[in-house]
Design a protein around this ligand. Structure first.
Ligand code: ZN
Length: 308
């Protein structure tokens, strides 16, 4: 059972509300509660693949990311639930291989993903994963972790780019989360190309091999963003959607579930059982579409900002 019930919708609220929405990496306005997806009557639903989206794991996070931070104790309990579920943990490459027809997915896969590149990632978070032999995928915002870099993320303890290779040694796969954490669907073609290509190049320099996977900041994307991501050399891109993914999901809009501090082990167990959220792919609802247009219009007036 979740304990928070009040979230602001599109177009309402003050600066704090905007920052919270921005940090949630969501594609639409957050609606209270969360309804389990009922299988369509007579329809055949693709088997659900939970793709968890974590941010930082720490006891004392900065306020702006607190909602999306879990404590090390919560995190350990979630990982134990993943192990108990009997699902097979894989990284994003396994989904890419499946969607490209190169290799089948193992039975009942699960993905653990980490966005932004907070300081705990190459430390206690990687240790907790490694102790349980759980591979994971880390999407790094290069402007927030590279020496002298700049990003739209508010101040927080971040990992240094120099430790990205260490993450791989722990069994993590590295993807890009752009340079500045911009809302990609509001950018000019030139700025969009920069966010996609420069972050990829910086990570490839640091790791010594190609980086083929992307996660959209805030999950925000559009047909143009998806096409440009493919053209920039990415093979997949993770969105948010607050939904379970599936083996038929869209390669450039892979659904993920944001894990919030208010989520319980029972919530995590529900998702692992393939319940508690819709299963992608599905068409966007009117609220998601309305929120997208509101946000893009606002970006035209205000220019780039962190807030969603
Ligand atoms: Zn992010």
């Amino acid at each position: 059972m979740r304990t928070t019930t009040s979230r602001r919708g599109a177009g309402q609220g003050d600066g704090r509300g905007r920052a919270e929405r921005g940090a949630q990496d969501g594609e639409g306005p957050i609606r209270p509660g969360r309804s389990a997806a009922a299988p369509s009557p007579g329809g055949v639903r693709a088997p659900a693949i939970p793709v968890f989206l974590y941010h930082s794991v720490m006891d004392d996070p900065p306020g702006w990311i607190a909602e999306f931070t879990v404590t090390p104790q919560q995190f350990a309990a979630h990982l134990d639930a993943v192990v108990r579920s009997g699902r097979t943990p894989v990284t994003i490459s396994a989904i890419a291989d499946h969607l490209a027809g190169r290799a089948p997915l193992p039975p009942r896969p699960v993905l653990l993903t980490f966005d932004d590149g907070f300081a705990d990632l190459p430390g206690p978070t990687a240790e907790a994963l490694a102790e349980r032999a759980l591979p994971a995928t880390a999407y790094l915002t290069t402007g927030a972790i590279a020496p002298g870099g700049r990003s739209l993320l508010p101040p927080a303890p971040m990992m240094p780019l120099a430790r990205a290779a260490e993450l791989e040694r722990y069994g993590m796969e590295i993807g890009s989360h752009t340079v500045t954490h911009a809302q990609l669907d509001t950018l000019s073609a030139k700025d969009l190309a920069y966010e996609l290509r420069a972050s990829k190049a910086v990570l490839e320099d640091a790791l010594g091999h190609e980086v083929r996977h992307l996660a959209y900041p805030h999950g925000y994307n559009s047909p143009r963003v998806r096409a440009m991501s493919a053209r920039a050399g990415y093979e997949t891109a993770a969105a948010v959607r607050h939904a379970l993914s599936s083996d038929r999901d869209e390669r450039y809009r892979i659904a993920r579930l944001i894990v919030r501090r208010t989520h319980t082990v029972a919530d995590v167990e529900g998702w692992l059982a393939g319940a508690g959220a819709r299963v992608a792919p599905y068409r966007d609802g009117p609220k998601t579409i309305a929120w997208r247009w509101y946000r893009r219009a606002r970006a035209m007036v205000r220019g780039p900002e962190f807030a969603g």
